[in-house]
Design a protein around this ligand. Structure first.
Ligand SMILES: *Cc1c(COP(=O)(O)O)cnc(C)c1O
Length: 432
């Protein structure tokens, strides 16, 4: 295939049925934003919504708004909206707390369920390349409950089956790897975990709103995910938690997480001294939720749901793959000879909505030089067993094909002119 030209990219934009979705956002002029996988962009409607929640619902409604503005049920209502993006039915998802905290609750409930089963399973399997907070939460709970955290390395298609045995109680994986963009086959991995007698916990931080997910079809047990990445909920937006309805229905009065709180109680305003769990996933709520943040998250989730009349997640996925394919093709032709290596799997079905590159030298400075030109991606440091990474996220809601062209041209220029060697780009900041 000949390398696409700028005109080809413009033609792709002109023919793109999802193009109008971009108007939902206020992107700063001169910015090509390739970091929606880390912090989604600001929807146009968010400021007005937050303003209304503050001035009207809080300012005028005061405490009445818990009922009259529906504040009390906001975790369930936003959870149901998110559910439409991840193959969950109504009542199966709650928007609440952070991803880390939701993982703690879900893992502690999963451990409790395995203890109750009583066959001595005390191993939690995950990947060494998983996002660190997932591993820290797992490590803390394992230490507390006398479990062992077993981390697999390398290709999970071979490493995972070898790690599964009669001692494994939980498999906890992130669907799309935050560093490499590699994506698991959710249904196949879940089936393998179940065949081994383990419960399956998925982290959808880089999946929800980015790739089609069908938790019910995959028969997963638990899932958590992030609100501030592809769901555009804003910095520190609430996350979400999901429980399979089959599992929910089987939860008894004694089956709750270690982080019990009054919002997860069957009757919070009965103020009973003992904990009696609400039905299903609602028992995973803990305390009073950040209503202003949840309201902003609702606006963000709706920007993704706006794709439903245009083909929904399937259409977003088609465009996402077209964008990432284009990026890979352009990098490999326009930046050839500059030492860049593709880290993300080339096969479409094995990658999420991001592309990661590595380079022996200067990865951090190259990303800084790109940011200085308005091309915003990010950098993830390597270590003894994985390389430094230049990470580029592609959000089909607001990115066009011409954006990809210009991003690669900037990358080529930064490499060709060695602009990245400027000392200003070597200084490490707190957040990379
Ligand atoms: C982004 C991300 C998180 C973030 O967790 P917080 O509790 O919001 O800090 C967790 N896990 C994965 C896999 C992520 O990608």
């Amino acid at each position: 295939m000949p390398c696409p030209t700028l005109d080809d990219c413009r033609a792709l934009d002109a023919a793109d049925p999802l193009r109008p979705l971009r108007d939902q956002f206020d992107l700063p002029p001169g910015v090509i934003y390739l970091d929606g996988n880390s912090l989604g962009v600001l929807p146009r409607e968010t400021a007005a919504r937050v303003q209304a929640v503050v001035t009207d619902e809080w300012g005028q409604g005061l405490i009445r708004s818990w009922n009259t503005a529906g504040w009390f049920t906001l975790p369930q209502r936003v959870g149901d909206l998110i559910g439409r993006l991840i193959g969950a039915g109504p009542g199966e998802t709650v928007a609440t707390d952070s991803t880390s905290i939701n993982l703690f609750k879900v893992l502690s409930l999963a451990m409790h369920l395995q203890h109750r089963r009583g066959d001595g399973r005390r191993v939690l399997v995950s990947e060494r390349s998983n996002f660190p907070t997932d591993l820290y939460v797992a490590e803390a709970l394992c230490r507390d409950r006398g479990w062992t955290l077993r981390l697999i390395d390398g290709d999970p298609q071979t490493a995972l089956p070898a790690a599964l045995g009669p001692d494994v109680g939980i498999v906890m994986l992130t669907h799309v790897n935050y560093r490499t963009g590699a994506m698991h086959d959710m249904a196949a991995v879940t089936a393998a975990a179940h065949a081994a007698g383990a419960l399956m916990v998925w982290d959808l931080a880089h999946s929800a709103g980015a790739v089609p997910v069908d938790l019910n079809a995959a028969q997963a047990d638990f899932a958590v995910g992030c609100g501030y990445k592809y769901l555009n909920g804003g910095p520190g937006a609430p996350a979400f938690a999901w429980v399979h309805p089959r599992l929910s229905a089987a939860l008894g009065a004694d089956d709750w997480s270690t982080l019990a709180g009054w919002w997860g109680h069957a009757a919070p305003f009965a103020f009973t001294p003992d904990f009696q769990p609400a039905p299903g996933v609602q028992r995973l709520l803990c305390g009073t939720q950040p209503i202003i943040s949840l309201s902003a998250l609702e606006v963000g989730v709706r920007t993704v749901l706006a794709a439903e009349p245009l083909g929904g997640m399937a259409a977003l996925r088609r465009k996402s793959l077209a964008l990432t394919d284009l990026f890979i093709t352009l990098v490999e032709s326009r930046c050839a000879g500059h030492g860049l290596t593709l880290v993300t799997p080339r096969e479409p079905q094995r990658r999420g909505s991001q592309v990661c590159l590595t380079r022996a030298e200067g990865a951090y400075a190259i990303v800084q030089a790109l940011i200085a030109r308005g091309v915003i991606g990010d950098f993830r440091a390597g270590d003894a067993w994985q390389p430094d990474i230049l990470r580029f996220g592609f959000t089909p809601l607001y990115l066009g094909f011409e954006d990809v062209w210009h991003a690669v041209e900037h990358l080529r220029d930064v490499l060709q002119t060695q602009a990245w060697r400027d000392p200003a780009f070597q200084r490490t900041q707190a957040v990379t």
